[in-house]
Design a protein around this ligand. Sequence first.
Ligand code: ATP
Ligand code: MG
Length: 138
Amino acid sequence: MSNRTFTMIKPDATSKGHTGAILDQIIKAGFSVKAMKWIHLTTAQAGEFYAVHKERPFYGELVEFMCSGPIVAAILEKENAVADFRTLIGATNFKDAAEGTIRKKYATSIGENAVHGSDSDENAKIEGDFFFSGLERF
Ligand code: ATP
Ligand code: MG
């Protein structure tokens, strides 16, 4: 089991000024930041990142949303990082998310759900490598 995961604070949350509060909650939950950047994705970059969802009906909406404003991308470290981070952020649909989770607090729809969290160790590695070079992480 890997001890790293990858996250993005999505454009809905950055534009509403929730970046600081979300990072504070992540760090207080025991994650340490191993890489971080503030970046505005192009349509092509967002499309490539979410290519696994290409056939889903919401793909176009998702890509448009993810490049509608800046995001914060980060690699996080903690024991059992992938599963613990998914617990911290809550269900994809904030209506189903547990009280106190990041999505419960900051999401406003199933699409505009404040944060991304990798769903496996394999994808955490792929996603971290998509955003960060060796020089940009430790
Ligand atoms: P993420 O990968 O962003 O952490 P997730 O793993 O909980 O989210 P996925 O099934 O991977 O959920 O969906 C990726 C993203 O696509 C969701 O976080 C959400 O922003 C968007 N999305 C998922 N389902 C829908 C839907 N039915 N309508 C609109 N957007 C959706
Ligand atoms: Mg996912």
